[in-house]
Design a protein. Sequence first.
Length: 563
Amino acid sequence: MGRVHNIAAEADAPAPELPAASPEPPAPRWLQDPAQAFTQTALARRLSGIRASFHQTPASLRLWFWLAPALAALIGGVLRFVRLGQPHSLVFDETYYVKDAYSYLQSGYERNWAEKANDLFNKGDFSGLQNTPEYVVHPPVGKWMIAFGMWLFGPDSTFGWRFSAALVGTLSIFLLALIAQKMFRSTILGAVAGLLFAVDGHAIVQSRTSLLDIFVMFWALVAFGALLMDRDDGRRRLAARLARLTSPDGRVPGKHLLYGPWLGMRWWRLAAGISLGLCTGTKWSGVFFLAAFGLMTVVWDMSARRIAGIRYWVTGAIVKDGVVAFASMVPVAAATYLATWTGWFLSKDAYDRNWAASNPSEAWGWVPASLRSLWHYHLTAYNFHTGLETDHPYKANAWSWLVMGRPTSFYAQYPLKGESGCTVDKCAAMVTSLGNPLIWWGGTLALLFLIGIWAGRRDWRSAAILVGFAAGYVPWLLYAERTIFFFYAIAYEPYMILAVTMVLGMIMGKAGDPPWRRQQGALHAGIFVVLAVALSAYFYPLWSAEVIPYEYWRQHMWMPSWI
């Protein structure tokens, strides 16, 4: 499919490594030559750390540029959409979000349900929906996305309940494959990342169940991809604008290299801001991705200015890039988040909608009543989240996520012989958010390895992967006593997959290595991928509610805490 480029030694350093056939001149340093000659082509090559686009892919590989991610997504789509309607009932927290989605279709906000409404809902009877507003603690985006599938296929279709989750789960595979392809400059590694994400059980279960966390993951991944595009776009702009400042003798006057030029409006950053607003509008944990990715993109700009020979590259990046980055991401994300509450604003009796009218304030009376009411609603929801310490049999401390210490059981039935297709004395039908052990345990080791790679080589890709992982994982370490679950880890799973892929690429070697080294590396990496696929086939019945013998299910419970 194409040669595998070096993915280990490329870092944001003054002289990034390129293939031997096209050596790159050393990057400028201010103290060496403050009036160094610049050409747009040379500077663009110096600044480019990744293959930026389809057009820069060799003609022989352009078909695979799109086909490899599409094939990975096709495999993942089959695993997600086939028998998507099973089980034919609300599963785990679908009892909240699916019914809330139906309520959105009726009134634009959440309403209460009568007791034992689940039994009626499972039969397609929605008479349990009441006229009183319901107190909920998660924003609307994910529930609106669930409602979209119900609108397409009908509210009484379990396939419709889960359609949006399966759709974004499949799209995420395609997107992650493109991201890996871009970061690692390899069609093969892009396909590997997509395939691992396609067959992992944790991602499959989240895509086959209408919870909110799959949408958090999706919008954060969209933002990550947009910022990768912005990284390239910003460097191209920097190279072009410095080239335009060259004097007739081909040199850039030193004054233009003090802070560097303005780079203008960055549209990919704007797209990232919108995506992160939708991410936060699904769950508030999205705000950690906003903070982490915002800092990451400014650091990338600092690195670009340093490589270009800008003397005060930190100050230049903060003043000329950072302020614009903040304006194009944080306020945009905030405005997007606020817009997601449109149904609540348009209502007359949603929960806390009229709180401000009943609680006048002299100090804050100038604030529109609807915003004061929404702020109060958010305060009560925040107190709920931070104080949630109720016991739950599948509560899992964040430290245990790294080894899948306590996966969540979404659905469990034990039919006897003659029931639900059971042909032995006792069977099991399960939906368990258990990841592929090889991918997850290998992923944890890969993430630890990338910490060393970043520390030793300052490889920007390892740093970017670690930032995405940290944004989805580290905040949960601060809530050791809070009731949290392993399935929250879907938010950082794409970055764990990228970590595994990067390590596999290092095992496969680089273009200049001896053939025997490349062959051995490809063999070892191939064995890992084949074993991962085989292990997913072994565990798949536990992810899709297939009726299997009870003893066969017990054979999959490798750790007592998985039961």
